[in-house]
Ligand binder design. Structure first.
Ligand code: GLP
Length: 314
């Protein structure tokens, strides 16, 4: 797992947006080879969506050959309710870019058979070739998507009852009236997220600090489902300083020093190359096929420089 720390929320959002743009550029999506992007809702990714929208409007990126899968949706509120995740995504992102409506996937919280809806969603992800990059947020209780504390770490898309803490936290979107917040949601599972080729999480503000501490410095636990990212080969958390408030100073310094060394030694290029390889396994990526250079070995202990070769943890 990588941890990237930026001074404030805007800088963190810029880092994430630029990272996604870089991945899209490297991938060169086309009609026969579409990029599959997993997306979250919540206040945290809004700035990322704004930056991606601006990039589209400036002609820097196209979403024509991007397929999206959203993480979750409330059960039982109308699709056009202003706080449904469907409305959220179109309001903050999809309406402003050139994505094809048929490429947008958002769970239907009003389906007559919710279990079937979840099964079909998993099947649709498979049919798209799996998710290339899953962007996620994190709840105050450490949940990823709506995988509340106690969720199975091998769970897949399903119906979930929301934790009281989440209902309380999300009441700010429902006129601060806890009674208006739906009690249930459909959500991708922890394993659905872990199956993505890459996971990028953005965590902003002091209210995420405890969750971040548990997920980075604690062990893998179903009580803090974001901690499952410790098991992923290509996971990265991008946080602002406030979100790191509960981490040990030495933890933050450690990850900052890794980033510094990595920048100096071309780590970014090494990661890009390794990810292109992972994507190439699915898409027969022509760019990587050209490269005959050996991959750097993995080292579970962290970033190391050996004979000018960098090894790194995923
Ligand atoms: N299901 C969503 C999560 O996907 C999101 O990460 C979380 C944090 O939201 P915010 O970014 O508003 O703090 O809220 C909800 O619970």
């Amino acid at each position: 797992m990588r941890l990237i720390v930026r001074d404030d929320a805007i800088s963190a959002a810029h880092y994430v947006a630029k990272y996604i743009l870089k991945r899209l550029k490297e991938f060169e999506p086309s009609q026969s080879r579409q990029f599959v992007l997993g997306l979250p809702t919540g206040s945290t990714p809004i700035e990322v969506y704004k930056i991606l929208t601006n990039s589209y409007q400036n002609g820097e990126v196209s979403f024509e050959n991007v397929i999206t899968f959203n993480m979750d949706e409330y059960v039982g509120i109308p699709r056009d309710h202003p706080e449904s995740y469907h409305s959220f995504m179109w309001r903050h992102f999809f309406s402003h870019i050139n994505i094809r409506p048929e490429n947008v996937h958002i769970l239907n919280g009003n389906a007559s058979n919710l279990e079937d809806e979840c099964l079909q969603y998993e099947a649709a992800i498979q049919a798209a070739g799996g998710i290339d990059l899953f962007l996620t947020g994190v709840g105050e209780d450490g949940h990823i998507a709506f995988n509340e504390p106690g969720s199975s770490l091998v769970s897949r898309t399903r119906v979930k009852t929301l934790a009281y803490d989440t209902i309380r936290a999300n009441s700010r979107f429902f006129s601060n009236d806890i009674n208006q917040v739906p009690r249930m949601a459909l959500t991708v599972g922890v394993q659905t997220v872990l199956d993505a080729r890459e996971v990028v999480t953005i965590a902003l503000g002091a209210r995420k600090a405890v969750a971040l501490q548990r997920c980075i410095e604690g062990g893998v636990s179903h009580m803090w489902t974001l901690s499952s990212l410790q098991l992923h080969r290509h996971s990265m958390i991008v946080a602002d300083e406030d979100a790191t408030l509960e981490l040990q100073v030495k933890t933050v310094k450690y990850f900052k020093s890794i980033e510094q060394v990595a920048l100096e030694e071309g780590f970014e290029q090494a990661i890009s190359k390794r990810l292109r390889k992972a994507l190439g396994e699915k898409h027969a990526c022509h760019a990587l096929a050209k490269s005959a250079a050996p991959e750097p070995a993995l080292d579970n202990m962290g970033s190391r420089i050996r004979n000018n070769n960098i090894t790194f943890v995923g």
